[in-house]
Design a protein around this ligand. Structure first.
Ligand code: NI
Length: 158
């Protein structure tokens, strides 16, 4: 789905809209053809991650149908998501790095900077990462990051 440039614009708009009603900070996110990885910070005392994600999914589905990109919003999304609460600064940094290196891990880009649909570019502008970041960095495969399994991947229409 997110290999489609128009769909990328829609999801970006929808996230902005949802954030107006239910604030959260997008610390990092990456859009991949059949899944998304994101690190969010919710307001103090608010842990309602699922409500936000549900609203994003529902609004996105309605929107892409409305603009005629698809005929039905059903089955646009895998009916699962994986959620992990960040434990500390180190865990936070590890997850952000995992998000940014993901297109390389999935074989979709040769280097992190080559993947356009990532907040990595924003963070480079902010001086948080060098533009050439990611070469020589190994993903810790022993950790669980909620990647879709083979059976689940490809569920979304291309
Ligand atoms: Ni992934």
């Amino acid at each position: 789905m997110f290999s489609n440039e128009a769909a990328v614009d829609v999801i970006r708009d929808v996230v902005q809209e949802v954030r107006k009603g239910l604030p959260f900070t997008v610390d990092a996110w990456v859009l991949l053809p059949n899944h998304i990885h994101a690190v969010w910070t919710l307001p103090e005392g608010d842990t309602n991650f699922s409500k936000r994600w549900g609203l994003i999914k529902a609004t996105f589905a309605k929107r892409v149908v409305a603009v005629g990109m698809v005929t039905t919003g059903e089955s646009l999304w895998q009916p699962r998501f994986w959620e992990h609460r960040i434990r500390d600064e180190r865990d936070f940094a590890a997850h952000i790095e995992y998000v940014y290196i993901n297109p390389v891990k999935h074989g979709l880009a040769a280097s992190v900077v080559d993947w356009p649909w990532s907040s990595f570019h924003r963070d480079v502008k902010r001086g948080l990462f060098p533009a050439n970041w990611g070469s020589g960095i190994d993903v810790d495969e022993s950790r669980q990051y909620g990647e879709p399994t083979d059976q689940q991947s490809g569920h979304c229409p291309p």
